[in-house]
Design a protein around this ligand. Structure first.
Ligand code: ADP
Ligand code: MG
Length: 225
């Protein structure tokens, strides 16, 4: 399989009547397997809506989304939840870590939910914390970590279940330029070591240096480049 994400005539409309917003307008795009791809667009251009649809967190109004050959619009809610748990890792701008859990426990959570035995969990968590350079911080809570460290922890959490795809919504949005660079380098690294596909939204031009390709989103449409 060579195409990770294939989107056909995707529409997402919010509300109705005068309040109606067409957040995505007949959007078509593809992301090849094993690439780090970015989608750039201003605030309100539809990035979050697109990522939520791709990850099965939101339902399109019309159109098709095929991810590694699975047609998402054909799955019922239970199938979608199972698919999401097994195949996708999410990373958000605000990190989304659980404040009362340690770094280790934050990474562990999805493995517990998926019923992975303790010894296997421990091994994989150490591996992931190592990959993001946080082994020494495993007993610390999120508030004891810097913004960059918190995002690295969120990356460890996203990859721990070995998803095929990482969806990252403005992952560097709250970070300074230097820290953002470190995170983007880490993404490059992970695409190599974990053989994963990463699709990230941003409104930062810094991303150009790190990615395999860039799509431009403007008012719910992909601009031809
Ligand atoms: P971005 O992530 O690029 O800032 P969004 O996907 O959040 O863009 O938003 C795209 C458009 O859809 C915007 O006009 C926004 O106001 C609108 N929108 C997003 N979410 C909702 C919602 N839940 N209800 C109504 N309108 C929404
Ligand atoms: Mg957004």
């Amino acid at each position: 399989m060579t195409i990770a994400i294939k989107v056909t005539d995707l529409e997402r409309t919010y509300g109705s009547g005068e309040q109606q917003v067409r957040a995505l307008k007949k959007l078509n795009m593809e992301v090849p397997v094993g690439q780090f791809m970015a989608i750039k667009g201003r605030s309100g251009s539809g990035k979050t809506t697109l990522l939520n649809c791709l990850g099965g967190l939101d339902k399109p109004t019309a159109g098709n989304i095929e991810i590694f050959g699975s047609e998402l619009t054909q799955l019922n809610d239970d199938q979608l939840t199972k698919w999401r748990r097994e195949k996708v890792g999410f990373i958000f701008q605000s990190f989304g870590l659980l404040p009362t859990l340690s770094a280790f426990e934050n990474v562990e959570l999805m493995l517990r939910i998926n019923g992975v035995p303790f010894r296997q969990r421990q091994q994989r968590i150490d591996q992931c914390l190592g990959l993001v350079g946080l082994n020494k911080w495993s007993t610390h809570r999120p508030y004891e970590l810097s913004g960059g460290q918190q995002q690295r922890l969120a990356i460890a959490r996203a990859i721990v279940t070995k998803p095929q795809l990482i969806l990252a919504d403005e992952p560097t949005g709250e970070l300074d330029t230097e820290t953002a660079g470190i995170i983007l380098e880490l993404f490059q690294n992970i695409v190599e070591t974990e053989k994963i596909t990463i699709f990230a939204s941003t409104h930062d031009s810094l991303v150009d240096e790190y990615v395999d390709g860039v799509l431009q989103l403007h008012d719910g449409e992909i601009l031809k480049t």
